[in-house]
Each structure stands twice: as C-alpha cells, then as structure tokens.
Design a protein. Structure first.
Length: 309
C-alpha cells in the first residue's frame, strides 16, 4: 500500500505553486490547518523536508524539487483515469499555455477557436509574456506549455519548431530613409530607434543581427507593446523592429513602410517548449497536432523591397 495519498500530493503541488500555505488553502478551498497537516503528513511518510522557509515564503528544498515533476505526472495521470472511468473524452481538462506576443496575437486565436470547436472538453488558459518570462513560467511550473520567439538553450526544456517568422525594420513614409533602395548599416547606426524591452524575443533577434555590424545604436525608447512601437514610428522620426506577422495584414494603409535592410538577417523561429520531465500529455499533443495543421503550407516571409504597410 502507498504511504501517501493523492490529496497530499495535490496539497504539495499547490503549496509549491503558491509558496504559501494560506494561498494554497484558498486555491484548494481548504482550511490552512488542513493544508498544513496534509503537508506535514507527506513530509513525515517520505521522511524528507520538502520546503524551506524564506521569510513569508515556502520554497522547495532539494527533495521538493525532485518530487515536483513526479507529482505533476501523478496528478495528470490521476485526472486521465478519472475521465476514463466516467466515460468522458480523454482530451479533457485544463492546459495552461504561456505565449509570446506575436503568436498570441496572430496565431493563437484561430488555434484556440479550432480546439474549442473540436475538443469541447479541453480548456486552454492563456498567459501572454515575453520569451524570457515564458521560459521562467515553465521552469517555475506556472504553465504546461510555452511558445517562444528564437532559440531555447535550456536543457530542462524540450523544443518543437512551429514556424519561421521574420523581423522587419519599419519607418514612417515621411522618414528620410523611406525611399532608399537599400538602407546601409551606417545609416541604421545614425537613426533613432524604438524597440521591444530586453528579454523580448524580438529584441534578442535584433540585437543578435546587429552584433558585430553596428557598434552603437541609438535606442530612444523601449516598450513591451508592438502596437505602441508601430504608433511611435508612424508618428515620428524613429525606426522600429517588429515581426512581419504584425504588419502583413496592413499592407495598404500606407502608415508605415518596411525598409530594405539586406545586411541584417532577422529570420527567427517560433517554437513550442515544455519541461523535459513533464512526461506524456494528451492535451499537449492535441494542441501541437492542431498547431501543425493550422500553419501547414503557410509562408511568413516579407517582400524583398520596401513595402507600404
């Protein structure tokens, strides 16, 4: 017989997520004393301390970190067993997806709508963050699946390439560079820029593209919102860098143009990532399968010449 219960594992997972007994109790609709007792019983039967107290926070100990992914797998399997015994769809339950802005804005509405239609028992909770925070959310167990822009180098995370996108340099039609057949590196160095914040996938790709080519770039402002960047560029004398997906549907408005910058290679990957130790997940596999179908045969490449946006 097992010495621990699913209830104890559920309490452990909630405390690990909330880093607080009181917050975990609220999440589980339990009393604080019941949560504390359940956690104490689990530590007793395992004969290991699962948390260390740091001020008002409970942070995972070495053994707690070891147990966390295994507890997640156990709870996921228990959920699937419950669905099966109650003759429900196996593709049932909640999946928390943390996505970068580009995919969240241009790709996920169609994907989530398709899943809502075809798999009505599946619920997707969406978080929108920059790439750096998506990775942190996965490593902190705040989400089940992530979408990032650019490369992932963390060995704790598994990556599946979804599609290729390109970044483009944008300007106002009234900008001095607007009608150049080619904008040089020297000209880009003299320009004023509005860019995404450090940590954003778009910013990483741009910084990598100019590395070794442009020594000093004049970053005037940094914003988390692509919409704000486009508005600043359209109404000022700035240059900006945005994903092609953010301008491809607005080619006739003539509020912005794409500058020809052949010396900059700003192709990037948009990829799914998840924890390597998370095991099999029918919900994750369902979403990945639908995502592949959504973008099959589609191209996201900008024109080679300056283009009205």
């Amino acid at each position: 017989m097992f010495k621990f219960s699913l209830k104890q594992i559920t309490v452990f997972d909630a405390v690990a997520s909330q880093e607080s007994v009181s917050a975990a109790a609220k999440k589980l609709s339990m009393t604080q004393s019941a949560v504390s007792m359940s956690l104490s019983q689990l530590e007793s039967v395992l004969d290991r301390p699962l948390f260390n107290r740091q001020g008002n926070r409970l942070v995972l100990s070495h053994w707690g970190h070891w147990l966390r992914p295994r507890a997640k797998k156990l709870l996921q399997n228990a959920q699937q067993i419950e669905f099966g015994l109650h003759d429900q769809h196996l593709i049932s339950g909640n999946l928390t997806l943390c996505s970068s802005q580009t995919a969240a804005k241009h790709l996920l509405p169609g994907l989530i709508s398709k899943i809502d239609s075809d798999f009505p028992e599946m619920r997707i909770d969406l978080m929108i963050e920059n790439t750096e925070n998506v990775i942190d959310s996965l490593l902190n167990y705040d989400c089940d699946l992530g979408i990032i822009e650019g490369k992932n180098s963390d060995g704790r995370l598994q990556t599946e390439h979804w599609l290729d996108d390109n970044l483009v340099v944008i300007a106002s039609p009234n900008h001095p560079f607007a009608h150049y057949k080619q904008v040089t590196l020297a000209q880009l160095e003299q320009a004023k820029w509005v860019l995404r914040e450090p940590g954003a996938g778009t910013r990483r790709i741009f910084d990598g593209a100019i590395h070794g080519l442009i020594d000093n770039i004049k970053v005037w402002k940094e914003y988390e919102s692509v919409r704000v960047i486009k508005a600043m560029v359209a109404n000022g004398s700035y240059l900006g860098v945005v994903p092609y997906l953010d301008v491809v549907n607005k080619l006739e408005t003539n509020q912005l143009i794409i500058l020809p910058t052949p010396q900059l290679n700003m192709q990037r990957e948009i990829s799914f990532i998840w924890r390597t130790d998370s095991g099999e997940s029918p919900l994750r596999e369902c979403l990945l399968s639908e995502a592949r179908r959504l973008t099959k045969g589609r191209s996201f490449k900008p024109h080679k010449s300056s283009t009205p946006v």
